[in-house]
Design a protein. Structure first.
Length: 133
């Protein structure tokens, strides 16, 4: 799970925040976050909704728990390109974050921290420590 605060004024604790969320389990994470912070707005990239808008295909692919290479390999070339572009878009958004919450056991989380080139204290890992050298 990755979080990015899109709110300009981070000093106001009662301010309604807009948070970008990227996760393998998008809906479950958003539901939990809404329960914890009902006053905040959570936004995310909906891969299937965007796919249906941009493609004539009605097929949907939902990556529920992580990346599954065999499933990805069975997608059309057009869909693979689309999924890759969406993932790169999420990486770009998260690389500009002032703070990130994720798991350092994830290669993606570690890669985002390298892209961010920010102090290691601006990332909160939910599982393990990691220090790039």
């Amino acid at each position: 799970m990755f979080l990015l605060d899109l709110t300009n004024d981070s000093s106001a604790l009662t301010l309604t925040r807009t948070i970008f969320v990227a996760s393998d389990a998008q809906q479950a994470v958003i539901e939990q976050l809404k329960h914890l912070r009902p006053q905040w707005n959570f936004v995310y990239l909906d891969y299937n909704q965007q796919w249906q808008r941009s493609s004539s295909s009605s097929s949907s692919y939902q990556n529920i728990k992580g990346h599954h290479q065999d499933t990805f390999n069975q997608l059309s070339s057009e869909r693979k390109l689309y999924e890759t572009n969406m993932f790169l878009t999420e990486l770009t958004i998260l690389s500009k974050a002032h703070g990130v919450v994720c798991t350092f056991s994830s290669n993606v989380c570690r890669f985002i921290q390298l892209l961010r080139k920010q102090n290691e204290h601006t990332v909160l890992s939910l599982d393990t420590e990691w220090h790039p050298e």
